[in-house]
Design a binder for this molecule. Structure first.
Ligand SMILES: C[S@@+](CC[C@H](N)C(=O)[O-])C[C@H]1O[C@@H](n2cnc3c(N)ncnc32)[C@H](O)[C@@H]1O
Length: 400
């Protein structure tokens, strides 16, 4: 297992700066090395399994089913949001309201900025398969026991929690979310779901052995507070693990970089990150998780770097297949971030044409872009830690 560091402080750096920095180019090459090396070895053999994926209990959707891209010319509006298509079941949350033609959580109305309807549930399931392919089908990287007490924060459709509970039947898995969009039937006995706002005081009295979240960068006001909270709710010796994308893109070469810099896709990312900031969501927060984990008291903090291509542009077949899956997810994701785009300054009138332009970029094979992604995990020590030395080291790393 390779231990690495996040080598930038993120927050406000433009993509171009990141791309042009020689250190980052080296890092990018390392990431691509890890990506292509692993994928050529380990993803290809799994692809038939993925493509003929047997639905999980309570999840009647499958990758092929989920891979339904939005139509051209639809902007964010006018899409039917009712069903996970064609045979999957939408799990509607009664506490939802309609906005911008989509359904959103109303338990904490206005707090979570992406939808919770069938279209989004489809997308979350597809995103799970994309992510699992990228991380070589590992459900966890932290070395946890198979009888662990597990908490999955912001569990979404619960697809990871169910899969983990099935793979480790001695574990006890709880998934929490502000939206109740998880199945209630055919669940493994060791898996359950609760409605909970993770920023509220947690209702659990017993500590967990493993607390994790995935792709929550748009959800919380303070990730630092959340990481400290995770630490407090872990048993001594327990592990935390976070899987994130930090809303960045990397170009494959200088030509693509120029092409990308003039594109609607780049503007889209700027609108989303800018909109997030104006709504109190720092989408680049994952770049600081390592530092915050060490400050909270975690030890053995490890960062793994991954990368997912925008579409099927890579020549290497497994990478290209992953990119093709990611492309469909991206086409749907573009449709999920309307609130961020509007908050970022895009006008409602300009929205449909802009979104269509972004979608064209997403499908464009000349757009040789990848998204750096991170798995970050660490252990709560058996005894209270004094970690001043570690904090110093992180400061140094973030200043590189
Ligand atoms: C982008 S989705 C990720 C879902 C899931 N972790 C996955 O990777 O498939 C974010 C999820 O977090 C939930 N969420 C957002 N804010 C939350 C909060 N404050 N507390 C609990 N869940 C939250 C949303 O309802 C949504 O299901």
């Amino acid at each position: 297992m390779r231990s690495e560091t996040l080598m930038r402080s993120g927050g406000g750096q433009s993509r171009l700066t990141y791309l042009n920095h020689p250190h980052h180019q080296q890092q990018q090459q390392q990431q691509q090395h890890e990506y292509f090396h692993h994928h050529s070895q380990s993803v290809l053999p799994r692809l038939p399994m993925l493509i003929s994926h047997k639905p999980l209990a309570g999840h009647q959707t499958s990758p092929q089913i989920a891979m339904t891209a939005p139509r051209e010319g639809s902007g964010d509006m006018g899409q039917s949001t009712a069903q996970r298509q064609p045979t999957g079941s939408t799990i509607p949350d009664a506490l939802s309201i309609q906005e911008h033609g989509r359904m959103f959580n109303a338990y904490r109305q206005g707090k979570y900025l992406m939808p919770n309807d069938g279209e989004e549930q489809n997308r979350l399931d597809l995103q799970h398969y994309v992510w699992q392919t990228m991380v070589h089908n590992r459900l966890n990287f932290a070395p946890i026991r198979d009888d662990s007490r597990v908490l999955d924060i912001g569990t979404g459709t619960g697809i990871w929690a169910i899969e983990f509970a099935k793979r480790y039947p001695k574990s006890t898995v709880v998934g929490t979310d502000i939206s109740l969009i998880q199945p209630t039937y055919s669940l493994p006995m060791n898996c359950s779901f609760e409605r909970e706002d993770a920023e509220d005081e947690w209702m659990f009295d017993a500590p967990f052995d493993y607390i994790r979240w995935r792709l929550m960068a748009s959800c919380f006001r303070s990730y630092k507070d959340m990481i400290y909270k995770v630490y407090a709710h872990l048993a001594p010796g327990g592990w935390a693990e976070f899987h994130e994308w930090a809303y960045e893109a990397c170009a494959d070469n200088a030509e693509t970089e120029e092409y990308y810099n003039g594109s609607a896709l780049r503007k889209w990312l700027e609108y989303v990150v800018g909109g997030g900031a104006s709504l109190g969501r720092d989408l680049r927060s994952p770049l600081h998780y390592r530092q915050w984990m060490i400050e909270a008291g975690f030890t053995e903090v490890t960062v793994r770097h991954f990368s997912v291509p925008l579409n099927g542009w890579p020549q290497e077949p497994a990478a290209s297949t992953l990119g093709n899956m990611a492309c469909v997810n991206c086409l749907q994701f573009v449709n999920s971030v309307t609130k961020f785009l509007l908050a970022g300054g895009l006008s409602r009138d300009a929205l449909p044409a802009f979104v269509d332009e972004v979608r064209a970029n997403v499908r464009d094979r000349r757009m040789r872009i990848s998204f750096p992604s991170y798995v970050i995990y660490g252990r709560k020590p058996d005894a209270p830690a004094t970690h001043h030395g570690e904090s110093m080291r992180v400061d140094n790393i973030l200043n590189m």
